[in-house]
Design a protein around this ligand. Structure first.
Ligand code: ASP
Length: 330
């Protein structure tokens, strides 16, 4: 045998021994193998955050790994959306967001993301009505008095919101349009802090989801002027709608969806979607949703295809009224 041949057979033998020692290629860890981040685009304690934390607690049980809620603040929610669009698509970063995913495409002419192309869709979650409230210091006690007061006082009235792209801002824009008046907007990083300001009387008016406002309304900490759905809601059966109180056709319903950066592994998308569906049937989640006036969407809407189609329809729906209002962030 030549030396070269000898060396070849030695190295072949060494390779075989090493492969035998190493054993079979390690099996891939089943998903999820570590904590998952669920990004919320607004401040802790606010309505989107409450919904996210309720879901995260239940999904943590279902997935066997912690779902950590992370509040990424700024620019009416768009800072968080941009961050998730750029996050590694490994199935460990998700986003929960509301109508702002659609309306920001109209309000911001230079967005660093495209909601229709930069995300994978997990599913729709829940629809939530909004409530129009005044601070206890506000003179009007009901919607008729508020309409009169708003027309007389205009920009002396401070309206809190969570920035351009927030549903509180959307509700305020539609309200001012319907009343033909202009308030002074006071933006916060979420309606958690905006509610604190309303309770303290530092701002006069806030329109916000029932997921945060119901306890304050029931505790008589604010003045309730009305709800933003076309018909009355079960959680506040005595509260009139804005629609029946002189603002015919007024309607804002807040919808929530869960997204991932584009290109996550299909098995992660499937597993996370299943965990979301299971959470939406969890009695603890259902009870909390009922308590806070949130309506969990039907099974058929808890899907990627339903969220994608809904998002597209919402971008089309809000384009004309928001362009007519002429409010742009840039
Ligand atoms: N309610 C919010 C909004 O106005 C945001 C939040 O959840 O804090 O969009």
């Amino acid at each position: 045998m030549t030396l070269a041949k000898n060396l070849r057979s030695v190295s072949l033998a060494t390779g075989l021994v090493m492969a035998a020692l190493a054993g079979p290629a390690p099996a891939q860890q089943p998903y999820p193998s570590h904590a998952i981040t669920l990004v919320v685009p607004f401040a802790a304690g606010g309505p989107t955050d409450v919904l996210a934390r309720t879901l995260a607690a239940s999904m943590t049980k279902g997935l066997g790994q912690t779902v950590v809620v992370e509040n990424r603040l700024g620019a009416g929610g768009t800072v968080a959306v941009a961050a998730v669009a750029k996050a590694k698509p490994d199935g460990y970063t998700f986003l929960i967001h509301h109508n702002g995913m659609a309306t920001s495409t109209i309000l911001y002419r230079k967005l660093p993301f495209d909601p229709m192309t930069d995300f994978d869709y997990i599913g729709l979650v829940a629809d939530v009505p909004m409530t129009l409230m005044g601070s206890k210091k506000m003179p009007p006690n009901n919607m008729a008095e508020f309409i009169k007061y708003a027309k007389e006082n205009g920009d002396k009235i401070n309206l809190a919101n969570a920035g351009l792209g927030a549903v509180s801002q959307l509700c305020g824009t539609l309200l001012q349009g319907a009343l033909g008046t202009k308030f002074t907007a006071i933006p916060y990083q979420g309606t958690g802090p905006a509610m604190t300001a309303l309770l303290g009387g530092q701002v006069d008016v806030l329109c916000d989801q029932t997921t945060q406002t119901l306890p304050q309304i029931k505790g008589d900490k604010v003045k309730l002027y009305g709800v933003t759905t076309l018909t009355r809601i079960a959680a506040l059966p005595d509260a009139p709608t804005l629609n029946e109180s002189g603002l015919k056709g007024f309607e804002v319903v807040v919808w929530h969806g869960v997204y991932a950066p584009k290109g996550i592994p299909p098995e992660a998308a499937k597993r996370f979607n299943q965990a979301l569906k299971d959470a939406l049937k969890d009695p603890a989640v259902v009870a909390k949703a009922n308590d806070l006036g949130a309506v969990i969407v039907d099974d058929s809407r808890q899907t990627p295809a339903a969220l994608q189609a809904w998002l597209k329809s919402e971008i089309e729906k809000w384009g004309p009224p928001l362009r007519a209002a002429g409010l742009y962030a840039d």
